[in-house]
Design a protein around this ligand. Structure first.
Ligand code: TXA
Ligand code: MG
Length: 543
């Protein structure tokens, strides 16, 4: 452990920091984007210590920061400074833009990680500027976080990650931009954005014309693809808890989160300030909905806050639109979520569920007659097991369960799965998400205004989260037994066994928005369903 000096922005402290840098030491410094971990860029040994302190792979190159454009030439940092670079410099420097150019001979291999280019940036933060001006140095500085953690946007974040590992931390307050600089390469045929930031593609195009956005910015690289920007290939901004992005409307997002919370799932929500009060799960704020700059400024602190949650927590976050500043938010959040995104439905969905024998099928039929599109989970389940990929996964999990004609032997699968709770969970983990996907697709293709998910296992499959309204059909126990005896010709023992495997009435009553009590006549049931449908149509029209 090293004794890390905690410095402020006084002239005295900045001189101390400059002296440390000149002697080959490491200083964490504030910039307008995030805190950087700085060393003399032309001292390979000093730069190597940055990698060690961060635990950063040596093949990930660093950005070289200077105080003035004239320093680039004075220190021979690049071998070419094209006209486009000059135009970008005039428009955006000092500021959150990094330009990749052919490197000068003075750049140590540690900085460029063996590439023939170097990344250059002139930060606008006054403390960074003074540190470079006083030291007279070009500073190699990656973000001052432990590799893989969210970049630090406060001195406290840096202390958390770097105390005891570096010579000094300069406290310059909270970073105003909050996400790292936009990185653009001018060393390619067409200028290409390698990392999105506050300076948007549109901003850049207005200065130098068309630019490309590297594929790795928005999507996951395949195993065999090489990253133009080595940083893109590493797992980044990864909190310990699992993060999942929800893509869709605000109402659907709130419904999804609240349904999960209501059934007792261990979840939290990253959310916009405006939605905080309507969410019943613990929340971590991402900033104001309509203010992407505010969200960028708070993003990394929010991800660090997520890290305080128990590891088992699933954190749902709204999926930003990958445009403008939103591209930077999307790029960071999609990595925090390891590219896991759930598409929320575009249509209002009514979940229809209930206990076996209560009359759910009759109710579904009546709703269909009234004009609803009824989507059957049982039918979707039968379709899902015809998918070759699903069949392969099921065989891998449960052994050979194919009939001689190659189709799935459903009876054999049922015997295996229902013999053992852990096998049933495995079966459900393979099939339920695909069943839901099929049902959502069917809902979005449905002509009618109201799509009904007819799903006896709505809650077990966690499909409840997609439903605006959940209706259950309940009936007295003896009536259900009588119906099942008449319908399936099963013994009372077997019926009671099946019934004992299901949730009880209290469960359905606590989680559903409407209850149809099927204890009266057929006319009575019809009347209840007609009233329900009328309400659903009214809800649809009002919302
Ligand atoms: O806002 C920022 O840029 C912050 C502050 C401290 O300036 N710095 C920062 O550095 O984010 P770092 O090292 O965390 O991210 C630099 C990114 C990495 O993804 C790296 O792979 C890429 O820039 N990079 C650096 N040099 C490169 C080069 N020659 N070619 C391609 N990518 C390069
Ligand atoms: Mg970084």
């Amino acid at each position: 452990m090293m004794n890390t000096l905690h410095l402020t922005d006084t002239q005295q402290d900045i001189q101390t920091a400059a002296a440390i840098l000149r002697e080959g030491g490491l200083v964490a410094m504030p910039t307008e984007t995030v805190y950087g971990l700085a060393a003399n860029a032309l001292d390979g040994d000093a730069v190597r210590r940055i990698f060690k302190a961060k635990g950063r792979p040596m093949d990930n190159p660093l950005i070289v920061h200077v105080a003035e454009v004239s320093d680039i030439d004075r220190l021979h940092l690049v071998s070419d400074f094209p006209a486009a670079a000059q135009r970008l410099a005039d428009a955006f420097w000092p500021g959150p833009l990094t330009i990749i150019l052919p490197k000068g001979d003075v750049i140590p291999n540690e900085v460029s990680a063996g590439l023939d280019t170097v990344a250059i940036r002139i930060p606008s933060h006054p403390v960074a500027h003074r540190l470079m001006a006083v030291s007279g140095l070009a500073l190699a500085a990656p973000s001052a976080n432990t590799s893989g953690k969210p970049s630090p946007t406060t001195a406290q974040h840096v202390i958390h990650d770097m105390d005891g590992k570096i010579e000094a931390i300069l406290d310059g307050g909270n970073c105003s931009v909050g996400v790292e600089s936009t990185v653009i390469t001018l060393a390619a045929d067409v200028p290409r954005i390698l990392r999105p930031g506050l300076i948007t593609r549109e901003d850049i195009e207005s200065v130098i014309g068309p630019v490309e956005v590297d594929k790795a910015v928005l999507s996951q690289l395949e195993r065999n693809e090489t990253a133009s920007s080595p940083g893109m290939k590493y797992k980044h901004y990864a909190p310990r808890a699992k993060v999942i992005l929800l893509r869709g409307g605000t109402e659907q997002y709130i419904t999804y989160v609240n349904r999960c919370a209501r059934r007792g799932a261990m979840i939290a929500a990253m959310c916009y300030d405006e939605d905080r009060e309507r969410l019943t799960a613990p929340t971590v704020s991402l900033g104001r909905r309509s203010d992407e700059k505010d969200q960028a400024q708070r993003l990394f602190a929010a991800l660090r806050e997520v890290d305080m949650l128990p590891v088992e927590t699933v954190v749902y976050a709204p999926c930003p639109k990958a445009q403008g500043v939103g591209m930077a938010l999307y790029n960071r959040l999609i990595r925090a979520a390891a590219f896991e995104v759930i598409d929320l439905p575009m249509k209002r969905i009514v979940g229809l569920t209930g206990q076996t024998g209560a009359g759910k099928t009759e109710v579904a039929g009546m709703l269909r007659t009234l004009g609803a599109t009824v989507i059957s989970a049982d039918a979707a389940a039968r379709e899902v097991v015809t998918e070759p990929e699903v069949r392969a996964q099921l065989c891998a999990a449960f052994g050979d369960i194919l009939s001689p004609d190659g189709s799935l032997d459903r009876a054999a699968l049922a015997r295996i799965a229902f013999s053992d709770a852990s096998k049933l969970r495995r079966l459900n983990a393979i099939t339920h998400p695909r069943i839901i996907r099929r049902m959502l697709d069917a809902a979005s293709n449905a002509a009618g205004e109201i799509a009904v998910f007819d799903a006896p296992q709505l809650f077990e499959a966690e499909a409840d989260a997609y439903c605006d309204t959940i209706v259950c059909v309940l009936a007295d126990r003896e009536r259900r037994i009588a119906r099942l005896t008449a319908r399936d010709g099963l013994s009372r023992d077997l019926i009671e066994l099946r019934m004992s495997a299901q949730y009880d009435e209290a469960f359905f009553r606590s989680l559903c928005d409407a209850v149809i009590e099927n204890n009266g006549t057929a006319a009575d049931l019809k009347e209840q369903v007609a009233a329900l449908y009328e309400r659903l149509v009214a809800d649809e029209q009002s919302g």
